[in-house]
Design a protein around this ligand. Structure first.
Ligand code: FES
Ligand code: CO
Length: 327
């Protein structure tokens, strides 16, 4: 049996659960911090409940949305968007609905092409990362990628510059040019941001162009990060956001949003296919790391200067008291 460890830091965070486009008229079951959740859409917007009908314990996700309410598949109890039961078909006319007939409702919002759920008291009205997704770029979503790995391990892999020349050799790096010049990480308005880090990339984005990229990494919240990479020779900007859903401690879904200000006529599929390929390369690493949970004790693994981002990230998780997915 798994025990849910009390982790207020992540309970109070917004977690991406679905692409907006994936949620149509059918309710969908998702998992957030080991909790089964049903997400559904009505004319009023998106909603999330604990995926359990209080009557006989059937998942509400087996039901359907009718008249802007969620109707359980087993005996047709109908719940409004606040979770209150408004109709029990088997009750004789005139009998009151028991006051305990309720679904547990969670906070749910739809922002920038994603649906987000918070199981606790949301730290902010909207996911913090949404403040940092600027307009004016060509955008494409990638994934979600299901990974058998802890969320923090996946985030740290994304922040890890020195793996590019090995795991992604020939694409994002070249092992002949593996040295990383020293850089620092700064905190500005709660965001951890790296100095520019220059990397030679034989095929920087899947279009076959070899460039020197200048990377700036940012950490917005425990499981939402991004990098902005600028081509040294042109004004091309490529931003990649990684937003990880911690389904269980060791299973995650990685949502990615790519923004670019160039190759506007290029098919998005080219970039998606490239990212799919990179994820498969990363998968082999993150699904095999031991311990599976990210160690927050800085003595637990060996760090180099080029790991400053990872060190800053681990310290941040420690300060926030994140325990889910960490050791
Ligand atoms: Fe849901 Fe009976 S189990 S209505
Ligand atoms: Co990688």
């Amino acid at each position: 049996m798994t025990t849910i460890r009390l982790d207020t830091a992540l309970l109070d965070e917004w977690h991406p659960v679905l692409l907006s486009s994936a949620l149509t008229e059918r309710p969908i079951a998702v998992r957030v911090l080991d909790e089964k959740v049903v997400v559904f859409r009505t004319a009023q917007g998106v909603h999330a409940f604990k995926d359990l009908c209080i009557h006989r314990g059937v998942p509400l996700s087996l039901g359907k949305v009718a008249g802007d309410e969620l109707v359980c598949a087993y005996h047709g109890w109908s719940y409004n968007s606040c979770g209150a039961c408004t109709r029990i078909p088997s009750l004789p006319a005139g009998q009151a609905i028991p006051s305990k007939a309720k679904a547990i409702a969670y906070s749910c919002v739809e922002v920038h092409g994603l649906i987000w759920v918070c199981l606790g008291e949301p730290v902010s009205l909207l996911p913090v990362v949404s403040r940092h997704i600027q307009d004016g770029f060509k955008e494409v979503f990638m994934g979600p990628y299901a990974l058998e790995a802890a969320g923090p391990r996946i985030i740290e892999n994304f922040l890890d510059v020195s793996h590019l020349m090995f795991v992604h050799e020939g694409l994002l790096g070249d092992s002949e040019f593996a040295e990383i010049a020293d850089y620092h990480v700064h905190e500005v308005d709660g965001v951890l941001r790296s100095d520019e880090i220059v990397v030679y990339q034989p095929d920087a984005d899947g279009t076959g162009r070899g460039i020197h990229s200048r990377y700036v990494y940012e950490v917005f919240s425990p499981l939402c990060v991004a990098f902005t990479k600028r081509d040294d020779a042109t004004d091309h900007i490529f931003r990649l956001f990684l937003m990880v859903l911690p389904e269980t401690e060791k299973h995650s879904k990685a949502f990615m949003l790519k923004q670019r200000n160039y190759a506007l006529d290029e098919a998005d599929e080219v970039f998606v296919a490239f990212q799919d390929r990179l994820i498969e390369q990363d998968r082999e690493m993150v699904e095999n790391q031991k311990p599976e949970l990210l160690p927050l004790d800085l003595q637990a693994e060996l760090h180099l200067k080029c790991d400053r981002l990872s060190i800053a990230y681990r310290k941040r998780l420690r300060e926030l008291g994140v325990t889910f997915g960490t050791a």
